[in-house]
Ligand binder design. Structure first.
Ligand code: ADP
Ligand code: MG
Length: 231
């Protein structure tokens, strides 16, 4: 059986074409793609408990099939440092989401570790009807959004393809470290690209995948938000 098949059938059964963040991250975990630690809480008490287990600071996010862009509707609260803050954030998120859509279906509150700020990269994949899945790589923020400094390869990719993708973006020197900034763990990005390639090859049902952003550290990397859209 394909990895993560149950998650896909659950979404399709509900008529959803995209996976909720915890579902997309669960697929990532199955493919060895590192993500922020997370749990889905179903009430305020559980949210408090999971936050304590994960360890402060944490991030709370709405889990709802009616909210795709969570941040835009006040469905994401970052840098929560105590139980009191967890309770306030929990109630604020639910209030914000109800303001956005009165009868929004709520699947829970996603509690996750707050990833320390670092160099941000993006890994994406889109399926071309003719060539199959194409992988994309770039550095986050203005590099992708303004400068369109990205690179593509048709999957499946080899390890040397992955390395080339990383070194051929113009922003590559930033990953090597500059002006006293530590270098980023390029090997961790190579692994993420290879695992994303494998994930896309094994799941022809996926139309689009977006790991954005991935925080890259001197050692290791962490996907902060993951989206998967189905055919
Ligand atoms: P959206 O659904 O609006 O894309 P995200 O989950 O991407 O919501 O959260 C919005 C932004 O908040 C992210 O782009 C990132 O900058 C920040 N963020 C989200 N989760 C975390 C986290 N666990 N650690 C650190 N920053 C985060
Ligand atoms: Mg996002």
């Amino acid at each position: 059986m394909e990895k993560g098949e149950a998650i896909f059938s659950e979404a399709l059964k509900e008529g959803r074409k995209y996976l909720l963040e915890p579902e997309a991250k669960a697929i990532c975990v199955k493919y060895g793609i590192p993500v922020t630690n997370f749990r889905v809480a179903s009430n305020e008490m559980e949210t408090v408990q999971f936050a304590a287990e994960i360890g402060f600071p944490v991030v709370l996010k709405i889990v709802s099939p009616d909210v795709i862009h969570k941040f835009d509707v006040g469905g994401v609260i970052l840098n929560i440092n105590s139980e009191t803050e967890v309770r306030t954030a929990y109630n604020r998120i639910l209030e914000n989401v109800k303001k956005h859509k009165v009868n929004a279906r709520i699947r829970g509150i996603l509690v996750q570790e707050m990833a320390p700020q670092s160099t941000e990269v993006i890994v994406g994949a889109t399926k071309d009807p003719q060539f199959g899945p194409a992988l994309m790589f770039g550095l986050g923020g203005i590099f992708v959004e303004v400068l369109k400094d990205v690179t593509f390869r048709i999957a499946p990719i080899s390890e040397s393809d992955a390395r080339e993708m990383i070194t051929e973006v113009k922003a590559y020197p930033i990953l090597k470290g500059y002006r006293g900034q530590p270098p980023s763990d390029v090997e961790a990005i190579v692994k993420i690209l290879l695992n994303t390639s494998r994930l896309m090859m094994e799941h022809p049902k996926i139309k689009e995948l977006d790991l954005n952003p991935i925080m890259v550290y001197e050692k290791g990397a962490k996907t902060v938000d993951a989206r998967i859209i189905l055919e």
